[in-house]
Design a protein around this ligand. Structure first.
Ligand code: FES
Length: 96
């Protein structure tokens, strides 16, 4: 049995599975969805996206988004692991 969650990335509605131990970015890249990234440690904000639905857990205590941004749904997929099915609005996809 798999504990994988379903991740959907907009625009485009790309859907793929992510394990709870995988970051959203790693799962996206593994599935061939080329989300933009740079540092991959939660500091540069290159991957900044909007969490439309679902819950995530951060690998780092203070990812590079403010408490207010987080409350508004900002998410950094490079350091966020899924805790439910997730729907994201990618800040920048390399293709639409
Ligand atoms: S790639 Fe740098 S914050 Fe996500």
């Amino acid at each position: 049995m798999s504990d994988a969650h379903t991740i959907q990335v907009e625009p485009g509605g790309h859907r793929f599975a992510a394990q709870p131990t995988q970051t959203l970015l790693a799962a996206a890249l593994q599935a061939g969805v080329p989300m933009r990234s740079a540092c991959r440690n939660g500091s540069c904000r290159a991957c900044l996206s909007q969490l439309l639905e679902g819950q995530v857990h951060y690998l780092v205590d203070w990812p590079g988004i403010s408490r207010e941004e987080r409350a508004e749904g900002a998410v950094l997929p490079c350091v966020a692991q899924p805790r439910s099915d997730v729907r994201l609005q990618a800040g920048r996809l390399l293709w639409g």
